[in-house]
Write a protein that binds this ligand. Structure first.
Ligand code: AMP
Length: 114
């Protein structure tokens, strides 16, 4: 059986993280390699490897995660806007196989991504 993912180990408090929010369904913590002054990862406690692996029954959970992102954006003072990123799979740039939203803000972000 495959070992725990890095993010599962953070959920289980086996690895420290700068946690900024937690509820029954989700955990949010600061990215260890921030790409903007605010860079927070919002993850489900349920182990879903990626958006491609999410089921129809996960719709409410995915919606909940986005509302957590919205609330954190408000709390972090991102009134000028922010970016929410969900990398999926190799071509999507996903490196940790546990679904996570990136919340990036407090600087202007260019488009398109690389
Ligand atoms: P992704 O490339 O979309 O899979 O994003 C994974 C993110 O996890 C990257 O932005 C990493 O900087 C971040 N990361 C890796 N290890 C840790 C850690 N121990 N604590 C917080 N963030 C991490």
């Amino acid at each position: 059986m495959a070992g725990k993912t890095l993010f599962k180990r953070i959920i289980d408090r086996e690895i420290p993280a700068d946690i900024v929010y937690e509820d029954d369904l989700s955990l949010a913590f600061r990215d260890i390699n921030p790409q903007a002054p605010v860079h927070i990862l919002v993850i489900p406690k349920q182990e879903i490897a990626s958006l491609a692996d999410a089921g129809d029954e996960d719709g409410a959970l995915l919606g909940h995660l986005l509302l957590v992102v919205r609330n954190l954006a408000r709390e972090q003072g991102l009134a000028n806007g922010f970016r929410t990123v969900l990398n999926t799979g190799g071509h999507g740039g996903q490196t940790v196989p546990h679904l996570h939203f990136h919340l990036l803000g407090k600087r202007a972000l260019s488009w398109p991504p690389g």
